[in-house]
Design a binder for this molecule. Structure first.
Ligand code: MEV
Length: 433
Protein backbone atom coordinates (compact mmCIF):
# COMPACT_ATOMS: atom_id res chain seq x y z
CA UNK A 1 0.00 0.00 0.00
CA UNK A 2 1.19 3.50 -0.82
CA UNK A 3 1.29 5.60 2.35
CA UNK A 4 0.20 9.23 1.91
CA UNK A 5 2.35 11.65 3.83
CA UNK A 6 1.64 15.29 4.58
CA UNK A 7 -2.11 14.92 3.95
CA UNK A 8 -2.94 16.94 7.05
CA UNK A 9 -0.77 19.84 5.81
CA UNK A 10 -2.86 20.29 2.67
CA UNK A 11 -5.66 22.86 2.51
CA UNK A 12 -9.22 21.61 2.48
CA UNK A 13 -9.51 22.10 -1.29
CA UNK A 14 -6.20 20.33 -1.84
CA UNK A 15 -7.40 17.43 0.28
CA UNK A 16 -10.56 17.16 -1.79
CA UNK A 17 -8.53 17.28 -5.00
CA UNK A 18 -6.17 14.63 -3.71
CA UNK A 19 -9.05 12.37 -2.73
CA UNK A 20 -10.62 12.86 -6.15
CA UNK A 21 -7.94 10.72 -7.81
CA UNK A 22 -9.34 7.70 -6.02
CA UNK A 23 -13.01 8.26 -6.81
CA UNK A 24 -15.16 7.09 -9.70
CA UNK A 25 -17.25 10.26 -9.72
CA UNK A 26 -15.05 12.88 -8.07
CA UNK A 27 -17.08 15.92 -9.10
CA UNK A 28 -20.26 14.46 -7.64
CA UNK A 29 -18.61 13.54 -4.34
CA UNK A 30 -16.83 16.91 -4.12
CA UNK A 31 -20.02 18.86 -4.80
CA UNK A 32 -21.92 16.82 -2.21
CA UNK A 33 -19.25 17.32 0.46
CA UNK A 34 -19.05 21.04 -0.29
CA UNK A 35 -22.82 21.41 -0.18
CA UNK A 36 -22.64 20.64 3.55
CA UNK A 37 -20.16 23.41 4.32
CA UNK A 38 -21.49 26.16 6.55
CA UNK A 39 -22.38 29.35 4.64
CA UNK A 40 -20.57 31.39 7.25
CA UNK A 41 -16.89 30.65 6.79
CA UNK A 42 -15.97 31.72 10.32
CA UNK A 43 -18.45 29.22 11.74
CA UNK A 44 -17.09 26.58 9.35
CA UNK A 45 -13.57 27.23 10.58
CA UNK A 46 -14.71 26.37 14.13
CA UNK A 47 -15.92 22.97 12.93
CA UNK A 48 -12.85 22.41 10.76
CA UNK A 49 -10.61 22.93 13.76
CA UNK A 50 -12.37 20.40 16.01
CA UNK A 51 -10.59 17.60 14.23
CA UNK A 52 -7.90 16.85 11.69
CA UNK A 53 -8.45 16.46 7.96
CA UNK A 54 -12.00 17.81 8.15
CA UNK A 55 -13.65 17.86 4.74
CA UNK A 56 -17.21 18.77 5.61
CA UNK A 57 -19.90 18.48 8.31
CA UNK A 58 -21.99 15.39 8.96
CA UNK A 59 -25.55 16.32 9.92
CA UNK A 60 -27.72 14.64 12.53
CA UNK A 61 -31.24 15.73 13.43
CA UNK A 62 -31.45 18.09 16.40
CA UNK A 63 -34.83 17.72 18.09
CA UNK A 64 -36.58 18.70 21.29
CA UNK A 65 -38.25 16.55 23.88
CA UNK A 66 -40.88 18.75 25.55
CA UNK A 67 -42.56 18.18 28.90
CA UNK A 68 -39.72 16.87 31.01
CA UNK A 69 -40.90 17.49 34.54
CA UNK A 70 -37.84 16.90 36.67
CA UNK A 71 -37.65 17.71 40.36
CA UNK A 72 -40.71 19.95 39.85
CA UNK A 73 -39.04 22.00 37.10
CA UNK A 74 -40.00 21.83 33.42
CA UNK A 75 -37.46 21.41 30.64
CA UNK A 76 -37.40 21.35 26.86
CA UNK A 77 -34.59 18.90 26.24
CA UNK A 78 -32.42 19.10 23.09
CA UNK A 79 -31.66 15.67 21.64
CA UNK A 80 -29.33 14.85 18.76
CA UNK A 81 -30.09 11.45 17.31
CA UNK A 82 -30.67 9.86 13.93
CA UNK A 83 -32.94 6.99 15.02
CA UNK A 84 -36.43 8.01 13.98
CA UNK A 85 -38.52 6.89 16.94
CA UNK A 86 -36.29 7.91 19.86
CA UNK A 87 -37.43 11.51 20.41
CA UNK A 88 -41.07 10.55 19.83
CA UNK A 89 -40.87 7.71 22.38
CA UNK A 90 -39.10 9.84 25.00
CA UNK A 91 -41.57 12.70 24.47
CA UNK A 92 -44.43 10.29 24.92
CA UNK A 93 -43.05 8.96 28.18
CA UNK A 94 -42.20 12.49 29.37
CA UNK A 95 -45.79 13.70 29.00
CA UNK A 96 -47.11 10.44 30.49
CA UNK A 97 -45.00 10.94 33.63
CA UNK A 98 -45.47 14.73 33.74
CA UNK A 99 -49.12 13.93 34.52
CA UNK A 100 -48.00 11.58 37.30
CA UNK A 101 -45.58 13.76 39.26
CA UNK A 102 -42.65 13.73 36.83
CA UNK A 103 -39.15 12.36 37.34
CA UNK A 104 -37.19 12.76 40.56
CA UNK A 105 -33.39 12.75 40.38
CA UNK A 106 -30.41 13.23 42.61
CA UNK A 107 -26.68 13.25 42.04
CA UNK A 108 -25.15 10.97 44.61
CA UNK A 109 -21.58 12.22 44.06
CA UNK A 110 -19.39 13.72 41.35
CA UNK A 111 -15.89 12.44 42.12
CA UNK A 112 -13.68 11.60 39.14
CA UNK A 113 -10.68 9.33 39.00
CA UNK A 114 -7.25 9.40 37.38
CA UNK A 115 -4.34 6.98 37.55
CA UNK A 116 -0.56 7.15 37.25
CA UNK A 117 0.53 3.61 36.44
CA UNK A 118 4.16 2.71 37.10
CA UNK A 119 6.45 -0.22 37.61
CA UNK A 120 8.75 -0.77 40.59
CA UNK A 121 10.90 -3.82 40.97
CA UNK A 122 12.15 -3.13 44.49
CA UNK A 123 10.85 -3.86 47.96
CA UNK A 124 7.11 -3.18 48.12
CA UNK A 125 7.21 -2.12 51.76
CA UNK A 126 9.82 0.52 51.01
CA UNK A 127 7.66 1.95 48.24
CA UNK A 128 4.61 2.21 50.48
CA UNK A 129 6.62 3.83 53.24
CA UNK A 130 8.20 6.29 50.75
CA UNK A 131 4.70 7.21 49.55
CA UNK A 132 3.37 7.66 53.09
CA UNK A 133 6.21 10.01 54.01
CA UNK A 134 6.13 12.01 50.79
CA UNK A 135 2.50 12.18 49.79
CA UNK A 136 2.02 15.70 51.19
CA UNK A 137 5.09 17.01 49.39
CA UNK A 138 4.04 15.33 46.17
CA UNK A 139 0.73 17.14 46.38
CA UNK A 140 2.39 20.37 47.34
CA UNK A 141 4.81 20.30 44.41
CA UNK A 142 2.01 20.23 41.87
CA UNK A 143 -0.20 22.74 43.71
CA UNK A 144 0.29 25.60 41.17
CA UNK A 145 -1.61 23.45 38.66
CA UNK A 146 -4.55 23.18 41.06
CA UNK A 147 -5.04 26.84 41.84
CA UNK A 148 -7.71 27.84 39.35
CA UNK A 149 -9.75 24.65 39.90
CA UNK A 150 -9.46 25.23 43.65
CA UNK A 151 -10.91 28.71 43.23
CA UNK A 152 -13.95 27.11 41.57
CA UNK A 153 -14.37 24.75 44.53
CA UNK A 154 -12.67 21.68 43.05
CA UNK A 155 -9.22 20.16 42.79
CA UNK A 156 -7.27 17.04 43.64
CA UNK A 157 -9.13 15.33 46.50
CA UNK A 158 -6.73 12.56 47.40
CA UNK A 159 -3.92 10.29 46.21
CA UNK A 160 -3.67 6.68 47.16
CA UNK A 161 -0.96 4.15 46.33
CA UNK A 162 -2.28 0.82 45.11
CA UNK A 163 -0.70 -2.37 43.91
CA UNK A 164 -2.10 -3.27 40.48
CA UNK A 165 -0.20 -6.53 39.89
CA UNK A 166 3.29 -8.04 40.18
CA UNK A 167 5.75 -5.08 40.16
CA UNK A 168 2.94 -2.83 38.96
CA UNK A 169 1.55 0.02 41.05
CA UNK A 170 -0.59 3.08 40.61
CA UNK A 171 -1.28 6.43 42.14
CA UNK A 172 -5.05 6.33 42.35
CA UNK A 173 -6.15 9.97 42.36
CA UNK A 174 -9.59 11.42 42.98
CA UNK A 175 -10.73 14.79 41.67
CA UNK A 176 -13.61 17.21 41.86
CA UNK A 177 -13.91 19.24 38.66
CA UNK A 178 -17.15 21.15 39.44
CA UNK A 179 -19.00 22.08 36.23
CA UNK A 180 -16.18 20.97 33.91
CA UNK A 181 -15.78 17.50 32.47
CA UNK A 182 -12.20 18.17 33.49
CA UNK A 183 -10.34 15.75 31.23
CA UNK A 184 -7.53 18.18 30.39
CA UNK A 185 -7.18 19.33 33.98
CA UNK A 186 -7.00 15.76 35.30
CA UNK A 187 -4.53 14.56 32.67
CA UNK A 188 -2.26 17.57 33.19
CA UNK A 189 -2.21 16.99 36.94
CA UNK A 190 -1.56 13.26 36.52
CA UNK A 191 1.38 13.76 34.18
CA UNK A 192 2.88 16.28 36.60
CA UNK A 193 2.36 13.86 39.49
CA UNK A 194 4.14 11.14 37.53
CA UNK A 195 7.16 13.38 36.94
CA UNK A 196 7.22 14.47 40.60
CA UNK A 197 6.99 10.90 41.79
CA UNK A 198 10.04 9.85 39.76
CA UNK A 199 12.05 12.92 40.75
CA UNK A 200 11.36 12.83 44.46
CA UNK A 201 11.85 9.07 44.64
CA UNK A 202 15.19 9.31 42.82
CA UNK A 203 16.30 12.11 45.13
CA UNK A 204 15.33 10.37 48.35
CA UNK A 205 16.12 6.78 47.52
CA UNK A 206 19.60 6.88 46.07
CA UNK A 207 20.94 3.49 45.06
CA UNK A 208 17.42 2.04 44.98
CA UNK A 209 15.71 0.73 41.90
CA UNK A 210 13.95 3.46 39.93
CA UNK A 211 10.28 4.03 39.44
CA UNK A 212 9.30 3.82 35.79
CA UNK A 213 6.13 5.60 34.72
CA UNK A 214 4.02 3.56 32.31
CA UNK A 215 1.16 5.98 31.74
CA UNK A 216 -0.85 8.74 33.35
CA UNK A 217 -4.48 9.06 32.33
CA UNK A 218 -7.93 9.76 33.72
CA UNK A 219 -10.29 6.85 34.11
CA UNK A 220 -13.59 6.90 32.26
CA UNK A 221 -14.92 4.57 34.90
CA UNK A 222 -16.58 7.06 37.22
CA UNK A 223 -18.98 5.03 39.38
CA UNK A 224 -18.92 7.88 41.88
CA UNK A 225 -20.51 10.30 39.38
CA UNK A 226 -23.71 8.47 40.11
CA UNK A 227 -27.17 9.82 39.30
CA UNK A 228 -30.30 8.20 40.63
CA UNK A 229 -33.59 8.93 38.83
CA UNK A 230 -37.02 7.49 39.38
CA UNK A 231 -40.69 7.77 38.46
CA UNK A 232 -43.38 6.58 40.81
CA UNK A 233 -47.16 6.31 40.93
CA UNK A 234 -49.94 4.10 42.28
CA UNK A 235 -50.17 1.04 40.03
CA UNK A 236 -53.73 1.84 38.94
CA UNK A 237 -52.59 5.27 37.66
CA UNK A 238 -50.58 3.56 34.93
CA UNK A 239 -53.78 3.05 32.94
CA UNK A 240 -53.83 5.41 29.96
CA UNK A 241 -56.31 3.65 27.70
CA UNK A 242 -53.51 2.43 25.41
CA UNK A 243 -52.25 -0.66 27.20
CA UNK A 244 -54.54 -3.12 25.45
CA UNK A 245 -54.52 -5.23 28.63
CA UNK A 246 -55.30 -4.80 32.33
CA UNK A 247 -52.91 -2.66 34.37
CA UNK A 248 -52.01 -5.66 36.51
CA UNK A 249 -51.14 -7.69 33.43
CA UNK A 250 -49.05 -4.78 32.12
CA UNK A 251 -47.16 -4.41 35.41
CA UNK A 252 -46.52 -8.14 35.58
CA UNK A 253 -45.02 -8.19 32.08
CA UNK A 254 -43.04 -4.98 32.69
CA UNK A 255 -41.58 -6.54 35.83
CA UNK A 256 -40.74 -9.73 33.98
CA UNK A 257 -39.05 -7.72 31.22
CA UNK A 258 -36.85 -6.07 33.85
CA UNK A 259 -36.00 -9.39 35.47
CA UNK A 260 -34.99 -10.77 32.08
CA UNK A 261 -32.66 -7.78 31.58
CA UNK A 262 -31.01 -8.66 34.90
CA UNK A 263 -30.42 -12.28 33.97
CA UNK A 264 -29.79 -12.48 30.23
CA UNK A 265 -26.85 -10.65 28.64
CA UNK A 266 -28.44 -10.60 25.18
CA UNK A 267 -31.50 -8.80 26.49
CA UNK A 268 -29.49 -6.66 28.95
CA UNK A 269 -27.41 -5.19 26.12
CA UNK A 270 -30.48 -4.15 24.12
CA UNK A 271 -32.22 -2.91 27.26
CA UNK A 272 -29.25 -0.65 28.07
CA UNK A 273 -28.92 0.38 24.43
CA UNK A 274 -32.43 1.80 24.75
CA UNK A 275 -31.40 3.75 27.87
CA UNK A 276 -28.39 5.17 26.02
CA UNK A 277 -30.60 6.13 23.07
CA UNK A 278 -31.91 8.82 25.39
CA UNK A 279 -28.74 9.61 27.33
CA UNK A 280 -26.45 9.82 24.29
CA UNK A 281 -28.85 12.14 22.48
CA UNK A 282 -28.62 14.67 25.34
CA UNK A 283 -24.89 14.11 25.76
CA UNK A 284 -24.32 14.81 22.05
CA UNK A 285 -26.61 17.84 22.00
CA UNK A 286 -24.65 19.40 24.86
CA UNK A 287 -21.20 18.70 23.41
CA UNK A 288 -20.21 16.07 25.97
CA UNK A 289 -18.23 12.90 25.28
CA UNK A 290 -20.73 10.13 24.50
CA UNK A 291 -18.03 7.45 24.14
CA UNK A 292 -16.87 8.09 27.70
CA UNK A 293 -20.44 8.01 28.97
CA UNK A 294 -21.22 4.75 27.15
CA UNK A 295 -17.98 3.03 28.19
CA UNK A 296 -18.61 3.94 31.82
CA UNK A 297 -22.28 2.97 31.74
CA UNK A 298 -21.56 -0.48 30.35
CA UNK A 299 -18.70 -1.09 32.79
CA UNK A 300 -21.03 -0.03 35.62
CA UNK A 301 -23.65 -2.45 34.32
CA UNK A 302 -21.10 -5.24 34.95
CA UNK A 303 -20.04 -4.10 38.42
CA UNK A 304 -21.57 -7.12 40.15
CA UNK A 305 -19.68 -9.56 37.95
CA UNK A 306 -22.41 -9.99 35.37
CA UNK A 307 -23.55 -7.49 32.74
CA UNK A 308 -27.16 -6.57 33.49
CA UNK A 309 -29.87 -4.04 32.70
CA UNK A 310 -29.32 -0.75 34.50
CA UNK A 311 -32.90 0.00 35.56
CA UNK A 312 -34.90 -1.50 38.43
CA UNK A 313 -38.53 -1.77 39.48
CA UNK A 314 -40.07 -2.04 42.91
CA UNK A 315 -43.72 -2.84 43.54
CA UNK A 316 -44.57 -2.06 47.15
CA UNK A 317 -47.81 -1.00 48.79
CA UNK A 318 -49.56 -0.69 45.44
CA UNK A 319 -46.86 1.62 44.06
CA UNK A 320 -44.94 1.28 40.83
CA UNK A 321 -41.43 2.74 41.29
CA UNK A 322 -39.16 2.54 38.29
CA UNK A 323 -35.61 3.76 38.71
CA UNK A 324 -32.24 4.04 37.11
CA UNK A 325 -28.78 4.37 38.66
CA UNK A 326 -26.24 5.45 36.12
CA UNK A 327 -22.86 7.19 36.37
CA UNK A 328 -22.69 10.28 34.14
CA UNK A 329 -19.53 12.40 34.21
CA UNK A 330 -20.91 15.41 32.33
CA UNK A 331 -19.76 18.99 32.11
CA UNK A 332 -21.35 22.30 31.25
CA UNK A 333 -18.24 24.43 30.95
CA UNK A 334 -15.08 24.04 28.89
CA UNK A 335 -14.33 21.70 26.01
CA UNK A 336 -16.86 21.37 23.24
CA UNK A 337 -19.67 22.60 25.52
CA UNK A 338 -18.48 26.15 24.94
CA UNK A 339 -16.92 25.76 21.48
CA UNK A 340 -19.70 24.06 19.53
CA UNK A 341 -22.27 26.76 18.76
CA UNK A 342 -25.17 24.32 19.03
CA UNK A 343 -23.88 22.78 22.27
CA UNK A 344 -23.93 26.28 23.73
CA UNK A 345 -27.46 26.77 22.40
CA UNK A 346 -28.57 23.46 23.92
CA UNK A 347 -27.34 24.62 27.31
CA UNK A 348 -29.21 27.90 26.82
CA UNK A 349 -32.40 25.98 26.00
CA UNK A 350 -31.87 24.09 29.26
CA UNK A 351 -31.42 27.44 31.07
CA UNK A 352 -27.69 26.96 31.54
CA UNK A 353 -27.72 24.08 34.01
CA UNK A 354 -24.88 23.18 36.35
CA UNK A 355 -23.07 19.92 35.54
CA UNK A 356 -25.08 18.17 38.26
CA UNK A 357 -28.37 19.42 36.82
CA UNK A 358 -27.35 18.23 33.35
CA UNK A 359 -26.45 14.81 34.81
CA UNK A 360 -29.97 14.57 36.21
CA UNK A 361 -31.57 15.67 32.94
CA UNK A 362 -29.64 13.10 30.88
CA UNK A 363 -30.41 10.35 33.37
CA UNK A 364 -34.11 11.29 33.40
CA UNK A 365 -34.23 11.05 29.61
CA UNK A 366 -32.54 7.64 29.77
CA UNK A 367 -35.12 6.44 32.28
CA UNK A 368 -38.04 7.77 30.22
CA UNK A 369 -36.61 6.21 27.05
CA UNK A 370 -36.35 2.87 28.82
CA UNK A 371 -39.90 3.16 30.13
CA UNK A 372 -41.19 3.96 26.64
CA UNK A 373 -39.33 1.02 25.09
CA UNK A 374 -40.48 -1.48 27.72
CA UNK A 375 -44.04 -0.23 27.60
CA UNK A 376 -44.17 -0.75 23.84
CA UNK A 377 -42.34 -4.06 23.99
CA UNK A 378 -44.69 -5.67 26.51
CA UNK A 379 -47.86 -4.25 24.92
CA UNK A 380 -48.14 -3.66 21.17
CA UNK A 381 -44.44 -4.28 20.28
CA UNK A 382 -42.07 -1.59 19.07
CA UNK A 383 -42.51 -2.01 15.34
CA UNK A 384 -45.79 -0.12 15.15
CA UNK A 385 -44.38 3.13 16.53
CA UNK A 386 -40.97 2.58 15.01
CA UNK A 387 -42.24 1.95 11.50
CA UNK A 388 -44.69 4.84 11.75
CA UNK A 389 -41.72 7.13 12.30
CA UNK A 390 -39.60 5.25 9.80
CA UNK A 391 -42.31 5.67 7.15
CA UNK A 392 -41.08 9.18 6.46
CA UNK A 393 -37.57 7.86 5.79
CA UNK A 394 -39.00 5.29 3.38
CA UNK A 395 -41.10 7.94 1.63
CA UNK A 396 -38.15 10.30 1.31
CA UNK A 397 -36.02 7.46 -0.02
CA UNK A 398 -38.69 6.73 -2.66
CA UNK A 399 -38.98 10.43 -3.55
CA UNK A 400 -42.69 10.63 -2.63
CA UNK A 401 -44.45 13.96 -3.20
CA UNK A 402 -46.49 15.58 -0.42
CA UNK A 403 -49.71 14.27 -1.94
CA UNK A 404 -48.27 10.75 -2.25
CA UNK A 405 -47.08 10.92 1.35
CA UNK A 406 -50.57 11.77 2.51
CA UNK A 407 -52.10 8.93 0.47
CA UNK A 408 -49.55 6.43 1.80
CA UNK A 409 -50.13 7.57 5.39
CA UNK A 410 -53.90 7.21 5.00
CA UNK A 411 -53.52 3.75 3.56
CA UNK A 412 -51.07 2.47 6.21
CA UNK A 413 -52.83 4.05 9.17
CA UNK A 414 -54.02 0.67 10.46
CA UNK A 415 -51.67 -1.64 8.55
CA UNK A 416 -48.27 -3.15 9.11
CA UNK A 417 -45.59 -1.03 7.43
CA UNK A 418 -42.70 -2.54 5.53
CA UNK A 419 -40.46 -1.07 2.86
CA UNK A 420 -41.80 -3.48 0.24
CA UNK A 421 -45.46 -2.82 1.04
CA UNK A 422 -44.95 0.95 0.94
CA UNK A 423 -42.98 0.77 -2.31
CA UNK A 424 -45.60 -1.45 -3.96
CA UNK A 425 -48.41 0.83 -2.86
CA UNK A 426 -46.57 3.91 -4.13
CA UNK A 427 -45.79 2.24 -7.47
CA UNK A 428 -49.51 1.38 -7.70
CA UNK A 429 -50.42 5.02 -7.12
CA UNK A 430 -47.93 6.18 -9.71
CA UNK A 431 -49.23 3.81 -12.40
CA UNK A 432 -52.81 4.96 -11.82
CA UNK A 433 -51.85 8.61 -12.41
C1 MEV B 1 -34.07 0.49 19.84
O1 MEV B 1 -33.14 1.44 19.44
C2 MEV B 1 -34.04 0.35 21.34
C3 MEV B 1 -34.89 -0.77 21.90
O2 MEV B 1 -34.54 -2.01 21.27
C4 MEV B 1 -34.60 -0.84 23.38
C5 MEV B 1 -35.19 -2.05 24.08
O3 MEV B 1 -35.39 -3.08 23.42
O4 MEV B 1 -35.39 -1.93 25.29
C6 MEV B 1 -36.36 -0.55 21.64
Amino acid sequence: MQVVSGFSKKSKTEKLDYLSQFLDSPEKVKARLQSFWHQNLDEQKVFDDFSENTLTNYYFPYGIMPNLLLNNKTYFVPMVIEESSVVAAAANAASFWAKRGGVKSEVVASTKVGQVHFSWEGDKEKLFSFFKNNKAELKNNISPLLQSMKKRGGGLLDIDLKETGPNLFQLFCTFETCDAMGANFINTVLEALGRELVLSHAKLSEGEKTIEIIMAILSNYTPECLVRSYVECPIQDLEDGKLGMSVDQFVKKFNQALKISHMDIYRATTHNKGIFNGIDAVVLATGNDFRAIEACGHAFASRKGQYRGLSELTLKEGKFKFFLDVPLALGTVGGLTSLHPLAKTSLEILNNPSAKELMMIASAVGLLQNFAALKSLVTCGIQRGHMKMHLLNILNHLGATELEQEQVRDNFNDKVISFKEVRDFLMGLRTIH
